[in-house]
Write a protein that binds this ligand. Structure first.
Ligand code: CAA
Length: 390
């Protein structure tokens, strides 16, 4: 797929690779073990322009294209998936949402702090009873009598970067009788009274990416902070996830490649029965399958990135391309990290090497921003031309 990259893309990839290997990879095990939020790393990434890659420079971003974004995401994830998760939420779920649906005033006010890496953002959609069934939300937003603000009550769960976020895109029901057509999106500042952050979730992987519950108790949000039109929130949520899923696919590709690189090195060095283990067919077949699935993932991801780039001019949806890339790349990440542990044997199970972390971190890519089952449902509906049936 190298032929799809121009000189600038290659330069971006090489620069981010060097940065990620020098500044992120050496501290990844520390943040995984302690579960601390890697704020110093995030600040450095902000300085390099990695927190608002596609945001125009006038709003504090790097002004690059979607292919640049996926190349950067892949390199960061190769070094640390948790850090790439924080990067993905800032770039795709927050900046992309405000760029696409925000007013000029909202862009001026709310993009620069996040795109420049000075602030962290989160996307609050999921609730305890609504993961895959995202429209089934109970959080309520009621317009005040004087029409100046909404009063929001409810609860969100599994909010990535929730414990530290300075800004949120939040979805709440404004007209429950209209179901998904009664949902509205809001931009919420992190210090808004009535916004309460709950317990931080202990997790299997991406432990440095902080995740928590949020509670809203009579939280007032001004009407100017409605993102898009009232009642359009569900479509906004889904459209933002189309962008997000391309980032998660690139993240999955990065960790799959990290697992492959480690396996190649191990297969070249480790000896058994008087041979390097890479000389055994059993290991060769694993390496061959890993490499093939990685390159197939890359093809789907670049294709989705190019579809998203085209959409900036045409407004077309790229739902199908995004879901196919996410589905295939996340299952590839799980496959490759699983094979890498097996190739490394006991050392793959040991915390002395990063392979066990890759395995734990890869799993989330099959779950968040829509499980593999949801991606299959979205793909099938797109291919068959079916409308939602729920
Ligand atoms: N773009 C724009 N509009 C879209 C859309 C998209 N990608 N997908 C659906 N819509 C529109 C439909 O056209 C439909 O419009 P109308 O009202 O005009 O008919 C409307 O939205 C409802 O669509 P469906 O009927 O398809 O809705 P559904 O309820 O049957 O199913 C779903 C939708 C695909 C299952 C969806 O709920 C979904 O994707 N669920 C998974 C949710 C998810 O990914 N959650 C992740 C949480 S965020 C996260 O993980 C972040 C993090 O931590 C990093």
């Amino acid at each position: 797929m190298e032929f799809l990259l121009n000189e600038e893309h290659r330069m971006i990839r090489d620069t981010v690779r060097e940065f990620a290997q020098k500044e992120i990879a050496p501290v990844a095990a520390h943040y995984d073990e302690t579960g601390e939020f890697p704020m110093p790393v995030i600040k450095k990434m902000g300085e390099l322009g990695l927190m608002g890659i596609e945001v125009p420079e006038e709003y504090g971003g790097a002004g690059l294209d979607t292919l640049s974004y996926v190349l950067a995401m892949e390199e960061v994830a190769k070094a640390d998936v948790a850090v790439s998760t924080i990067m993905s939420v800032n770039n795709s779920l927050y900046c992309h949402g405000i760029l696409t649906f925000g007013t000029e005033e909202q862009k001026q006010k709310y993009l620069a702090p996040v795109a420049s890496g000075q602030a962290v953002a989160a996307y609050a959609l999921t609730e305890p009873q609504s993961g895959s069934d995202a429209a089934n939300m109970k959080t309520r937003a009621v317009l005040s009598d004087d029409g100046t603000h909404y009063i929001i009550n409810g609860r969100k769960s599994w909010i990535t970067s929730g414990p530290v976020a300075d800004y949120f895109i939040l979805f709440a029901m404004t007209e429950p009788e209209k179901r998904h057509r009664g949902i509205t999106a809001f931009i919420v500042e992190g210090d808004t009274p009535g916004l309460i952050r709950g317990k931080v979730e202990p997790k299997l992987g991406i432990r440095a990416s902080a995740t928590c519950e949020l509670f809203f108790e009579d939280m007032k949000v001004p009407v100017e902070n409605v993102l898009g039109e009232p009642g359009q929130g569900f479509k906004i949520a889904m459209a933002i996830l189309d962008a997000g899923r391309i980032g998660i696919a690139a993240q999955a590709l990065g960790v799959a490649e990290a697992a492959l690189d480690a396996s190649i090195n191990w297969a070249r060095e480790r000896e058994a029965f008087g041979h390097k283990i890479g000389e055994f067919e059993g290991i060769q077949w694993k390496i061959a399958d890993m490499k093939t699935r990685i390159e197939a993932s890359r093809g789907l991801i670049y294709s989705a990135a190019m579809a998203k780039e085209r959409a900036k001019k045409t407004g077309e949806r790229y739902t199908l391309q995004a879901s196919m890339a996410k589905l295939f790349a996340s299952e590839t990440a799980m496959f490759c990290t699983h094979q890498a542990v097996q190739i490394h044997g006991g050392m793959g199970y040991s915390k002395e090497l990063p392979v066990e972390r890759y395995f734990r971190d890869a799993k989330i890519t099959e779950i968040y921003e829509g499980t593999s089952e949801i991606q299959r449902l979205v793909i099938a509906r797109q291919v068959l031309g079916l409308r939602g049936s729920f």
